[in-house]
Design a protein around this ligand. Structure first.
Ligand SMILES: Nc1ncnc2c1ncn2[C@@H]1O[C@H](COP(=O)(O)OP(=O)(O)OP(=O)(O)O)[C@@H](O)[C@H]1O
Length: 357
C-alpha cells in the first residue's frame, strides 16, 4: 500500500492506517456506472478500496455528460465500462477493477454478488433495486442504497448486521405511476454527485467501522433547500428471510410478471406483427427506433390509447424502461384484461436492432 497516497486520511485520528488496511482488503460491487455510480466509483477508487467490481452494459450518451463526469464528449457511444475502467486505472493503479459487461439480472445476481463484501446500488430502476435487496438478503451482504428525484436524493444502508432491508422500508414495488425517471423528469447534474458521495461515505463507514452507519435510517436530502432529514424505520422479520430468488419471483425470467427484460424481448423481435409501442418523444424516435415499432409519445398516450390492438400483446418500450412503466399503467387502467408488457431496459439495450429513418 502506498502510504503517501492515503496520508491525508490515515493521519485522521479516528481513521488511521488500520481503517486504510480494511479498505485495501475490501471488495465492493457497484451496480451501475451512471449518475450515482460515477461519484461512488471515483471516490472509492481514489480512497483505496482494494477491489471494485462494476456491473454495467450501457454506453455513454450525450445526455449523460452533465452529471456523469467520468465521461467526455468524444466517448459518446463507447461502453461506459471501458471508459470507466481506463480512467479509474489511471486515477489509482493499485485498485483491482473487475468489469461485468452485463446488467444485473435474476440469472446472474447471486453469482456476481457472492464474491463481494458490500454492494452499492447505483442504478435507476425499481426492479433492479428489489433484486439487489433480495440477493443481498439471501447472501447476507449489506447494501448501500441511493436514489434521486429532481432536486432531491435519499440514502440508506440495508441488511447491515441483520438490520432492516429495503423491503422493510418499501415492502412492494411501487405502481408504475409513482416511478420517477431522469428521462421523463430530469435531474440537476450536481445532485447525483452529492448523493453518490453520501453513498461512498456510507460504504467507507461499513467497511472500516468508523462512525454510525445509516442502518434503519433513511437520509433525505433536499438540494433546493440544502436540508438533510433522517427518518428512522425498523425491521420486519419476514423480510429478513428470503431464501431463494425463484421463490420470490417465480420461475419467470423477469422480476415483474408484466415485464420482459430487453434481452428476452430480443428473441421476440423476429415475430411478424408484433405490437411494439415506443413511448419516447418524436425526436428520440427519429434518432433511432425498432423497425416494427409505433411511436406514441407518453404525453399523447391518453388520447390515442383506443387505437391499439388489445387482442394481441402490447409491448411498451422507451429509452430505459421507466416512461414505458408509466405508459403501461395508463394502458392497464384502460384495458385491464389485456397483455400489456413493459420492456425493461428499453431501447437503450436493444440499440443493435435499431434503425434510423
Ligand atoms: N440491472 C442493471 N445492472 C447494471 N446497471 C444498471 C442496471 N439497471 C440500470 N443500470 C445502469 O445504472 C445507470 C443509472 O444511471 P442514470 O440514472 O444516471 O441513468 P442513465 O441510464 O445513465 O441515463 P438516462 O436515464 O438519462 O438515459 C445506467 O448507466 C444504467 O445502465
Amino acid at each position: 500500500m502506498n502510504g503517501e497516497r492515503y496520508s491525508r486520511q490515515t493521519q485522521l485520528k479516528d481513521f488511521g492506517p488500520e481503517a486504510q488496511a480494511k479498505l485495501a482488503a475490501a471488495k465492493v460491487l457497484v451496480v451501475g456506472a451512471g449518475g450515482l455510480g460515477v461519484p461512488v466509483l471515483t471516490y472509492l477508487n481514489a480512497m483505496g478500496v482494494g477491489t471494485l467490481g462494476i456491473v454495467e452494459e450501457d454506453e455513454v450518451s450525450l445526455s449523460n455528460l452533465h452529471r456523469q463526469v467520468l465521461y467526455s464528449a468524444d466517448e459518446v457511444g463507447h461502453a461506459k465500462l471501458d471508459v470507466a475502467i481506463k480512467k479509474l486505472k489511471a486515477q489509482n493503479p493499485d485498485t483491482q477493477l473487475i468489469p461485468y459487461y452485463e446488467f444485473l439480472t435474476l440469472e446472474n445476481a447471486l453469482s456476481i454478488i457472492e464474491g463481494y463484501d458490500l454492494v452499492i446500488d447505483a442504478t435507476d430502476n425499481f426492479p433492479t433495486r428489489y433484486l439487489i435487496n433480495d440477493a443481498c438478503v439471501i447472501l447476507k451482504k449489506p447494501f448501500v442504497y441511493g436514489a434521486l428525484h429532481s432536486f432531491e436524493g435519499q440514502v440508506s444502508v440495508f441488511n447491515y448486521k441483520n438490520g432492516p432491508t429495503y423491503r422493510c422500508l418499501f415492502p412492494k414495488m411501487p405502481s408504475a405511476k409513482e416511478v420517477p425517471n431522469c428521462n421523463a423528469h430530469g435531474v440537476l447534474g450536481v445532485i447525483p454527485g452529492i448523493v453518490g458521495n453520501l453513498q461512498a461515505l456510507e460504504a467507507v463507514k461499513v467497511l472500516t467501522g468508523i462512525g454510525e452507519v445509516l442502518s434503519g435510517k433513511l437520509l433525505l436530502f433536499n438540494g433546493l433547500e440544502q436540508t438533510f432529514q433522517k427518518i428512522n424505520f425498523g425491521a420486519n422479520p419476514s423480510n429478513l428471510k428470503i431464501t431463494s430468488l425463484q421463490e420470490t419471483y417465480g420461475l419467470s425470467c423477469s422480476v415483474n410478471s408484466d415485464t420482459i427484460e430487453s434481452k428476452d424481448f430480443e428473441k421476440l423481435l423476429s415475430i411478424d406483427n408484433i405490437q411494439i409501442i415506443d413511448v419516447r418523444t418524436v425526436g428520440e424516435f427519429e434518432e433511432f427506433h425498432l423497425k416494427n415499432s409505433i411511436n406514441l409519445p407518453l404525453e399523447d398516450i391518453e388520447d390515442w390509447k383506443h387505437t391499439l390492438g388489445y387482442d394481441q400483446p402490447v409491448y411498451v418500450l422507451c429509452h430505459s424502461g421507466s416512461r414505458s412503466l408509466e405508459a403501461q399503467a395508463i394502458l392497464v387502467a384502460y384495458k385491464n384484461e389485456s397483455d400489456i408488457i413493459n420492456v425493461n431496459g428499453g431501447i437503450e439495450q436493444l440499440k443493435k436492432y435499431a434503425v434510423k429513418y
